[in-house]
Write a protein that binds this ligand. Structure first.
Ligand code: HEM
Length: 528
């Protein structure tokens, strides 16, 4: 329980109750939310904002003053609130952690005029999520939700209510259930094998290996395979080269646009003019996303006979076989398709990348993990998913890597996972801290919540973890790793601002194969 000068109920939730009088769709409060931490980055824009801020300062009044609010950091400005404290060159979770260190574990900042809670310790996260999850289960009504989120049909942007609950059920029961994750094991193994062959080729060609781009490709290809692959396709491509290029191009554009904060969301006056053209761009892209999703869904429908064996259905088959209220309209189908790829790809690849980078940075942990993998797998075959349960150190390593704090939430998962109340030397990479500890990432252990907790927690956690574990174990098993043109201790371990806290610089490495060469080519279609 937070022991500040105010009770949590009396402060945050009195604000919440007050604002909930303005009922929005399905009882959602669009004003007070766990909201985006992305930062605008346009100096012309900023000049404009500052002028506006000065001009409007006369009209400025602090609504919150009468309320018993959590600490509000000094420096709140008219119109822009605390937005000026954000730094384009610093990952948002670091800025928020600094603000919280100064002002307390529960701090209220203003993103423009919008009050936003910064939560930075496990105890407060527990308070907020365990007892008030429903109140906080909605998302901000951002322009991105209207455009890139197909008018809030996307699960990521959908307000909490009946539609959201239906969609969430489809995700957890059909698309990402433990059974579906197990059924897709063969597809993951195909993609992991592809990435290993590609790493090997770069090594044989004498060059360093850019792991950042290879892992991005692997993560996205795995999801595309889950969505579109037909039974008995083996490791053949499930889309033509042209379809693949169009789809990946649209995904890339969507991720780039989603990364930009649209200031009109925080300063309504600016929404009218859209002078950066951002809103128009996202609307145009939505049309492209829809057309590309519909073309692929139509092709899936027209392919051969419908797949009736549920265990062999791809995700499009599953979506199209839903009946009654669960049969989603076209825009919702397109939204699911893009959500799946966008929410599931960079989160996964960045996690793998950080894990490998941390192990390169701390070579003794790399040796220990490789020793464990060798003792379970030997050197005559590749890692299999079933092996992972026998690798406690590897699992501890993946609990301890620099978890990508989803910077779109103000629940600062990065800071919570480093709460000094729970962890000794919390900022140090040390997998040993997780060994023999009864802490999981899936129960409500608030000390470690990389997938968040509560109603909006990640529905893809099982799949994400399966891909991360298989890929990291396979890559560590398959290669000796070394840094390229620098010592391990000189590696750039900075994060860059972004949706999933990517590394500041690409992970470029040198590798040497550790297994006989025939082993790398020995598995076809996921079989030994
Ligand atoms: C290691 C990989 C991953 C990490 C660290 C991760 C983390 C997260 C986090 C922190 C959230 C936000 C929860 C919140 O707002 O409270 C989230 C949401 C989400 N994730 Fe993941 N995720 C990963 C992989 C995946 C995968 C593979 C998929 C699906 C293919 C996926 C689909 C989603 C979706 C759809 C949401 C939005 C849920 C909602 O709003 O109800 N994620 N993820």
């Amino acid at each position: 329980m937070y022991k500040g000068g105010f009770g949590l109920e009396e402060c945050v939730f009195s604000e919440l109750r007050l604002r909930r009088q303005h009922k929005a769709e399905e009882d959602i409060d669009p004003h007070l939310e766990i909201s985006s931490g992305r930062i605008p980055s346009c100096s012309i824009f900023w000049s404009f904002v500052v002028i506006l801020a000065l001009a409007a300062s006369v009209m400025f009044f602090t609504k919150g003053k009468k309320l018993n609010l959590p600490p509000v950091p000094k420096g709140r400005m008219p119109i822009i609130g605390h937005l000026h404290m954000m730094d384009d060159n610093e990952a948002a979770h670091r800025t928020f952690a600094r603000i919280s260190e100064k002002n307390g574990p529960l701090t209220m900042i203003y993103m423009g005029s919008k009050p936003t809670l910064l939560v930075s310790t496990a105890a407060i996260a527990e308070q907020v999520l365990k007892h008030n999850d429903q109140a906080f289960a909605s998302r901000p009504f951002l322009t991105a939700g209207k455009t890139l989120g197909f008018d809030f049909k996307s699960i990521v942007f959908a307000p909490f209510g009946n539609y959201y609950k239906r969609l969430r059920r489809i995700y957890t029961v059909e698309l990402l259930s433990p059974k579906r994750v197990a059924l897709s094991q063969e597809l993951r193994q195909i993609e992991v094998k592809h990435v290993m062959s590609s790493v090997l080729s770069d090594h044989l060609a004498g060059g360093p290996v850019n792991m950042t781009s290879k892992l991005q490709e692997m993560a996205i290809d795995n999801l595309i395979r889950m969505i579109f692959a037909k039974p008995n396709m083996g490791d053949k491509e499930c889309l033509t080269r042209e379809e693949m290029t169009t789809l990946k191009g649209v995904v890339k554009e969507a991720v780039n646009l989603a990364r930009v904060i649209y200031v009109g969301d925080f300063i309504p006056l600016l929404d009218i003019y859209d002078f950066t053209g951002h809103k128009a761009k996202t609307m145009k892209l939505q049309a492209k996303m829809f057309a590309s999703a519909m073309a692929l869904i139509e092709k899936n429908k027209s392919n051969e006979k419908p797949v009736v064996d549920k265990d062999k259905q791809n995700l499009v088959d599953i979506l199209l076989s839903q009946e009654g209220d669960d049969r989603l309209p076209d825009h919702a189908l397109a939204a699911v398709l893009f959500d799946f790829i966008i929410a599931g790809s960079d989160t996964t690849s960045v996690s793998i990348e950080w894990a490998i980078a941390e192990l390169l940075h701390y070579p003794h942990f790399m040796k220990r993990a490789q020793g464990e993998i060798d003792s379970v797998v030997g050197k005559d075959r590749l890692v299999d998913e079933q092996d992972i349960k026998n690798m406690p150190f590897l699992q501890a390593t993946l609990a301890g890597y620099d978890i990508p704090a989803q910077t779109t939430v103000m629940l600062n998962l990065w800071a919570i996972g480093r709460d000094p109340a729970f962890w000794t030397n919390p900022k140090e990479f040390n997998p040993e801290r997780f060994l023999n500890k009864d802490i999981t990432m899936f129960r409500r252990d608030f000390q470690l919540i990389p997938f968040s907790v509560g109603r909006r927690q990640c529905p893809g956690a099982g799949l994400g973890l399966a891909v991360v574990q298989l890929a990291v174990a396979s890559l560590l098993h398959g290669f000796e790793w070394s840094t390229h043109n620098q010592k391990p201790e000189e590696m750039d371990m900075r994060e860059k601002p972004g949706l999933v806290t990517p590394r500041m610089t690409d992970l470029v490495v040198r590798v040497v194969p550790r297994l006989p060469l025939h082993v790398y080519h020995g598995r076809e279609n996921g079989q030994q």
